[in-house]
Design a protein around this ligand. Structure first.
Ligand SMILES: Cc1cc2nc3c(=O)[nH]c(=O)nc-3n(C[C@H](O)[C@H](O)[C@H](O)COP(=O)(O)OP(=O)(O)OC[C@H]3O[C@@H](n4cnc5c(N)ncnc54)[C@H](O)[C@@H]3O)c2cc1C
Length: 616
């Protein structure tokens, strides 16, 4: 490695916004593993199973089936994840990149008002590993009650726990309390560790501020209790992202047995006159082919991709399909009742005293880059402040006393999750196009953020509404399967979600008043937003209006092919034989936490449904 040449090219790449291509070109070969080689599909070829989508669930399902000796073809619309995807600190830079489907929501006029075109970003991963190749890597499994309350046979926590444990490779179990041991496994294929230290003092200050509001520190939000603030385990191993592309597909035993078609877009399921799914049509390298499944087809294209494929195949709401000119094979509420975490983006100005990284110049970052490349450690192996995660039930927080008192069993059910990230002083100006592409706020808002960032570091708080009432839909926008579908997320469609956001922001206002935040002159930025009253003219009204402007997706949408509505308890699509769905779209209720964990568990789960002898 010629470091002089490297640094020169890094500076060039950063200024040109071509970071991804640069890293890809220079360092992909340095990975300690390789992804499976892709194959060119042949028209008419047949396999035991065809799995569509190599994301969280699909990679798990296809790998396990292949390891059991089946002839499996895994179809993925994207290619390999780039080297940038493997660097934990780089996750924000992946949004809006070529690894992202770059979906946007259809405006509903009452949310996302400060996003470009009033359309919230709706990122989804497009590569091996799917969204696990671009997500924030936080490992949270949800509350046990989230599964029990679905009240579906075979889907309680007790039923699902073995599947979480099957893949879990928690490397830091010895650092957890003894009471946690029975909830974890260290030997699974998805290795999980703590992120490296970001060397940002707000990492500990955030925990300290929350402690002052009596939020307990909970070492393990996936253990006995879910409430509190924690330093969470991440999908990281030895300083690199642990996507399902790495955890499953890069395994030598999987590569030996599994066939993978990359850059292969599935357009439709081929369903015969007896309503039996026979195969799928796929566009790869501009060629359309049909491949067949001897046993079954599994759709794992995610909460957006799976309903899109089903509707293109005639499985969906009859009125919508007829309107699109598609013959109806099975009239089902596909695409209905989509539920997603959403949040108001809250920007906090802080002083930058004491920050190691207060100088933004790229040269000041060079040692960090070099450290990462040499040893996969240092701030680039961290997740900024994002691994500090808080889960609380706001009904158990006393807004007068400014103290949390979670002493009833109800308090164990969180309704708010907070994560935060940090922006160095001056960074917005330096990387404005990247920030705009990733976050999608309009210039009016971005300019205000840039100005605030001129002399201050910024902490971006994301207080997610964990149990939203609003529901959205996914529909076809075109008869052309290659066109993106219409995603009507309908954030804040239910007024109760607005009130929950105001509560969350009030909680953050209290956090600003804690000694540690006050000491560092932390204050929430009151953005000037069109149509909103000034903050001083009415705090609550201002925050309600703010929430409608600064709405942002938590990127956890579920429910578009839900259990007992579209698929049965064994994930079989009603009315069509030999066709199942295994991904996040089958979850009937959104969980209290991040969703990759449950999607991987669903991928593991379907393998038993497909292969158990007593499977009726
Ligand atoms: C920015 C962001 C941050 C997130 N952070 C976290 C986090 O910190 N922790 C966490 O647990 N979760 C997080 N999530 C959510 C989590 O990653 C997803 O919920 C999860 O990966 C969904 O799994 P899935 O199997 O349903 O779909 P995906 O993982 O999205 O996989 C679907 C796959 O299908 C492919 N596909 C789609 N359509 C087709 C087609 N027609 N033909 C062929 N292939 C197709 C896609 O390219 C993709 O590879 C985050 C999500 C985002 C976007």
């Amino acid at each position: 490695m010629n470091w002089g040449r490297f640094m020169f090219r890094l500076l060039l790449a950063c200024s040109a916004g071509a970071v991804e291509a640069f890293f890809f070109e220079n360092f992909l070969q340095d990975l300690p593993y390789t992804y499976p080689t892709g194959i060119q599909l042949e028209d008419g070829a047949a396999y035991d199973y065809v799995v569509v989508g190599a994301g969280a669930a699909g990679a798990a399902a296809a790998s396990r089936l292949a390891l059991k000796g089946f002839d499996v073809m895994l179809i993925e619309a994207g290619g390999d994840p780039s080297f940038l995807s493997t660097i934990p600190m780089a996750s924000l830079g992946l949004l809006g990149s070529s690894l992202d489907w770059q979906y946007k929501t259809i405006p509903n006029n009452i949310s996302c008002l400060s996003s470009i075109g009033e359309q919230c970003r709706f990122s989804r991963g497009k590569s091996l590993g799917g969204t696990t190749a671009i997500n924030h890597m936080l490992y949270i499994r949800g509350n046990r009650y989230d599964y029990d309350r679905m009240n579906i046979s075979g889907w309680t926590w007790k039923d699902l726990e073995p599947y979480f444990l099957r893949y879990e490779g928690l490397q830091i179990l010895d650092q957890y309390p003894a009471s946690s041991r029975k909830y974890h496994n260290s030997n699974g294929t998805m290795k999980l560790e703590y992120f490296d230290d970001p060397r940002n003092p707000w990492h500990t200050r955030t925990v300290e501020g929350l402690k002052q509001l009596n939020i307990p520190f909970n070492k393990d939000l996936n253990g006995e209790y879910q409430i509190g603030v924690t330093k969470v385990a991440g999908y990281v191993y030895k300083g690199e992202r642990m996507s399902t592309a790495r955890g499953y597909l890069a395994r030598n035993d999987v590569k030996k047995n599994l066939k993978v078609a990359k850059n292969a877009f599935c357009t439709e399921v081929v369903i015969d006159d007896d309503n039996i799914a026979r195969g799928v049509t796929v566009v790869q390298n501009l060629q359309k082919v049909t491949i067949y499944a001897r046993i079954e087809i599994v759709l794992s294209a995610g909460t957006i991709g799976t309903p899109q494929i089903l509707m293109q195949s005639g499985v969906g709401p009859a009125d919508h399909l007829q309107e699109m000119g598609i013959s109806v094979r099975s009239n089902l509420p596909v695409g209905n009742d989509m539920s997603d975490h959403h949040l108001p983006v809250v920007i906090v100005k802080v002083d930058h005293g004491g920050l190691v990284d207060s100088l933004v110049g790229l040269t000041s970052k060079a040692p960090q880059v070099l450290q990462y490349l040499a040893s996969r450690s240092g701030p680039l192996a961290s997740n900024s402040l994002q691994d500090i995660v808080t889960l609380i039930n706001t009904n158990c927080y006393d807004f007068d006393l400014r103290q949390y008192s979670g002493n009833s069993s109800l308090c164990e059910l969180a309704d708010m999750q907070i994560i935060q990230s940090y922006i160095d002083k001056g960074l917005v100006a330096l990387a404005k196009p990247l920030v705009k592409q990733a976050i999608g706020f309009n210039d009016q808002v971005l300019d205000q953020i840039e100005k605030a960032n001129e002399n201050h570091g910024l902490i971006i708080f994301s207080p997610m509404v964990l149990q939203p009432y609003s529901r959205g839909t996914v529909r076809l926008a075109s008869i052309d399967p290659l066109q993106p579908p219409a995603i009507f997320a309908n954030y804040l469609g239910d007024e109760r979600d607005v009130e929950q956001m105001v509560k969350s922001i009030t909680f953050l206002e209290h956090l600003m008043k804690t000694q540690i935040f006050k000491k560092h002159k932390a204050s929430i930025l009151h953005l000037n937003l069109p149509g909103c009253p000034a903050y001083k003219c009415g705090r609550v009204e201002y925050w309600r209006c703010y929430a409608r402007h600064m709405t942002y997706s938590g990127y956890h949408a579920v429910g578009t092919c839900a259990l007992t509505r579209v698929v049965d308890e064994q994930l079989r699509v009603y009315g069509v034989k030999n066709l199942r769905v295994a991904d996040l779209s089958v979850l009937k209720n959104i969980i209290r936490g991040n969703t990759a964990s449950v999607s991987i568990a669903i991928g593991e789960r379907i393998v038993d449904f497909l292969t158990e002898e007593d499977n009726p």
